[in-house]
Write a protein that binds this ligand. Structure first.
Ligand code: GDP
Length: 293
């Protein structure tokens, strides 16, 4: 069932052992906070979780290690937000795919394309990262393998124009999904934000929500840096859902909880490998299990 566990064993065991010792063991709450932080949960949220447990435990509501553990599991579970971003109907749809370079944006686009092609949809790409020639080439390779159309122009072209072309084309056909790539050069943040906002305006002039979705890719191994990345893109455009890529790594996924809780952005998918089939809807239970291990 949990395919990624077979690939790479995630570190863990700390929280399980801690609960066996119980809340009266020395430094229990501090150790719990440390263990949650170790699982990539933001310190303030780890503290919030341990405070909730302390309050309920002191009020005499919980006693057995199993009750304590399941209380924390429920608290964590409620903090993780999820959303289904698969297309709801057969109408045209555009997905703007955002994220910092290297997080797995183009791979995730190919995975989504495969997923929706398998569901019988017509899918095409727009090569909106015109800043890096390699990004266009890479997307073209995926398009070739998947046998789908890619809208592209030369390096340095206006990304809004490339995406506009793709949009016009799917609109003319009346059905189809456009997955549009974007640049992710965080070293020039303000210029990037301006570029993304222009793309957003162009798309909005053509289509309305919910046919227009903004998906952000966050690498599960980036640690707390991922929160800042999410904040930048969310402030610039508003993010509908996140793909947590590289979840097959040793990362335990607390980053998803931190982003959900801090920014209120839901998680849509998780990337569980490099193959086109290695994407699945975000499974909050699996995430809670890996944090609580
Ligand atoms: P981009 O720069 O954001 O477009 O990143 P790429 O799509 O080129 O991905 C960067 C690297 O991460 C590539 O080697 C991908 O194969 C790898 N990658 C992407 N998603 C995943 C994932 O879910 N799991 C693993 N293990 N590797 C991934």
């Amino acid at each position: 069932m949990f395919k990624w566990f077979r690939k790479k064993q995630k570190p863990g065991g700390l929280i399980r052992r801690l609960f066996q010792l119980g809340p009266h063991s020395e430094g229990f709450y501090e150790k719990l906070e440390d263990a949650l932080i170790e699982a990539d949960i933001k310190a303030s949220i780890a503290m919030e979780i341990s405070d909730e447990l302390r309050n309920s435990s002191q009020a005499g509501k919980l006693s057995s290690p199993e009750e304590l553990r399941s209380f924390v599991r429920d608290v964590i579970s409620q903090m993780i937000l999820t959303v289904n971003l698969d297309p709801e109907n057969n109408d045209n749809a555009i997905y703007l795919v955002l994220g910092v370079n290297g997080v797995g944006k183009t791979t995730s686009m190919a995975k989504l394309a495969r997923r929706w092609l398998d569901a019988g949809r017509s899918v095409s790409f727009a090569a909106g990262d015109t800043f890096r020639a390699a990004a266009v080439d890479q997307l073209a390779v995926h398009a070739g393998r998947l046998g789908i159309k890619i809208f592209q122009q030369g390096q340095g072209a206006d990304p809004s124009a490339v995406i506009f072309d793709g949009l016009e084309s799917i609109k003319a056909k009346g059905e189809g999904i456009l997955l549009a790539d974007t640049a992710g050069r965080m070293h020039n943040k303000s210029q990037l934000v301006k570029e993304l906002q222009k793309i957003d305006r162009v798309i909005r002039s053509k289509v309305d929500d919910p046919s227009y979705r903004r998906i952000l890719v966050i690498d599960a191994t980036t640690g707390q840096n991922g929160i800042q990345q999410a904040e930048v893109f969310h402030q610039a455009l508003g993010i509908d859902g996140i793909i947590l890529s590289k979840y097959d790594s040793r990362a335990r996924g607390g980053l998803a909880l931190s982003i959900s809780r801090t920014l209120g952005i839901p998680f849509a998918y998780m990337g569980t490998g490099e193959g086109y089939g290695d994407i699945s809807p975000m499974d909050p239970e699996a995430l809670v299990e890996s944090i609580m291990s």
